[in-house]
Design a protein around this ligand. Structure first.
Ligand SMILES: *[C@@H]1O[C@H](CO)[C@@H](O)[C@H](O)[C@H]1NC(C)=O
Ligand SMILES: *[C@@H]1O[C@H](CO)[C@@H](O)[C@H](O)[C@H]1NC(C)=O
Ligand SMILES: *[C@@H]1O[C@H](CO)[C@@H](O)[C@H](O)[C@H]1NC(C)=O
Length: 270
């Protein structure tokens, strides 16, 4: 059944005082949404509408980044920063679908548990562990040299530290700056190590390359139908509680997605 979604993605671009926010998506099921190539896509039967509304921006970003841009392959090592957030947890799952060895970094025991349940090969708890030491220990135990693809929605010091773990020929995916700090990726190191830096803003594809997004969403929907990816929503609020949704993100309580559901939508299924 074809369904039309209208959604807004608010990131730090529109909320300068909330620069730590991971993207949050508001979804509204409506038959009158303006037709843009990505506002309309068919959903599999029995699909949870709230879960489906979480698909485009978070999973879409990770899919375009890892599959379309970095061509992540099965023998490669993927390091995901901010791994328990909306885009991070989707990157972990997509990494596993691609057959990569996935290392996830997050804060707190609950998030570590969640990431292990998603199949991450190694999880670093940044509240108690040193990223470098923990990742190096894991790589050594698997006889792996370093990280091939860095998925970075965090920025700041964590990016700087992660760069020391990258292999020759690594790909760096610049996804966002949840730390509030724009990282510096030194061009001299990029040169000698033959790194590729990809900047990715999912929304701009709807203007410049809509076909890439259509293909990406179709592949994600087929993965969802096969149960290869699951959309974890830790908090759901009504539109009148939108402030609580932002608090959940600010207080780092979100594990997976935070959703705002319009009152007449409920948790209906198709
Ligand atoms: C972790 O250890 C490395 C040296 O092994 C150091 O450079 C880095 O700053 C440490 N990270 C933190 C967050 O303390
Ligand atoms: C790369 O450039 C930075 C900035 O000029 C410099 O501090 C650093 O030593 C250089 N590193 C190498 C390996 O050349
Ligand atoms: C450097 O990286 C690019 C992009 O990943 C790759 O196509 C190229 O073959 C690499 N260079 C060498 C000398 O292998």
């Amino acid at each position: 059944m074809p369904i039309t979604f209208r959604f807004w993605a608010s990131t730090k671009r529109s909320l300068p005082s909330l620069s730590f926010l991971a993207p949050i998506m508001l979804a509204l099921l409506t038959p009158s949404a303006p037709p843009s190539p990505i506002s309309r896509f068919g959903l599999p039967k029995g699909c949870d509408l709230v879960a489906a509304a979480a698909l485009p921006v978070a999973f879409g970003t990770s899919h375009v980044a890892l599959v379309h841009r970095a061509s992540l392959s099965s023998s490669q090592v993927l390091l995901v920063l901010g791994a328990a957030g909306g885009v991070g947890f989707s990157a972990v799952q997509i990494g596993k679908v691609c057959g990569a060895v996935v290392i996830a970094a997050a804060r707190g025991a609950e998030k570590v548990q969640f990431l292990k349940s998603l199949g991450a090969d190694h999880v670093v708890d940044l509240t108690s562990q040193n990223l470098t030491a923990s990742v190096k220990g894991f790589l050594k135990s698997r006889k792996l040299k370093g990280v091939d693809v860095l998925y970075d929605p965090v920025g700041g010091k964590l990016t700087k530290e992660s760069m020391k773990l990258l292999n020759w020929g690594a790909q760096i995916l610049v996804i966002g700056f949840a730390s509030g700090e724009i990282p510096v990726i030194p061009a001299n190191i990029t040169l000698v190590k033959n790194w590729t830096v990809h900047g990715l803003y999912w929304g701009s594809y709807s203007i410049h390359r809509p076909a890439v997004l259509e293909d990406s969403i179709q592949e994600l929907l087929s993965w969802m139908e096969k149960g290869l990816i699951t959309i974890h929503i830790s908090h759901t609020y009504s539109i009148s509680e939108a402030n609580l949704a932002f608090s959940a993100l600010r207080d780092r309580k979100a594990i997976g997605k935070v959703m705002i559901v319009f009152d007449d939508m409920g948790r209906s299924k198709l």
